[in-house]
Design a protein around this ligand. Sequence first.
Ligand SMILES: [Zn+2]
Length: 226
Amino acid sequence: MRAVPRLGPVVAAIAAIVGLGLVAPAAHAAPEAVVREDVGEAEAAAEAAALAEQLAERQQSLMSLNRAADARDRALIGYRAVLARYGYHGDPEAVSAVLPLASYDLSAGFGLTGPLWEAEHGGQDFSAYAGEPLVALADAVVTEVAYAGPYGMRTILTLPDGTEVWYCHQTDTSVVAGQQVGITDVIGSVGTTGNSTGPHLHLEVRPAGGSPVDPMDWLRDQGLDP
Ligand SMILES: [Zn+2]
């Protein structure tokens, strides 16, 4: 009894409960076993509840991951369709270039000579309806938007490797010099300004800003089929 005050009231109470068990061990043997079993069941139930909670949390995070993947897939399908409209049918994440417009007929080719051109025809003509949207055929910087004599309204895009792409005879433009454009961004529309007999895109491709090469070869090198 001397120890009780030093242990404090809580410890005293526990000692009293344990003491009750010790007073008549035989009488309390069976209920004690039941109590232990109950504690085991309670522990198991608590464990099961905790597991269920963990599972629910895991399921929640999987669901949100799935939702994110779905959204990404939907965006990718949308992007895939846009790329397909401009002639690219491969992996969207591997795209390097697309066609500059969706709907056209090939007309005058590269290197032709004739009364229409002062020198060799330096580009490929795509005849199309006036107003047909023109898109950036690759990620690029707009380096010029201006009237350029026989080329009419001309937009020059400079690709990361220094290649210049000229879009000529436009009526409208929707970009300004210095602007960064992404592949398939609309940059203007088909027109017939400058030395032109009808609405078409005159497209030139000039590696490193130098002499023009055949745009058809360049587009095919990008895996396209113009
Ligand atoms: Zn032309």
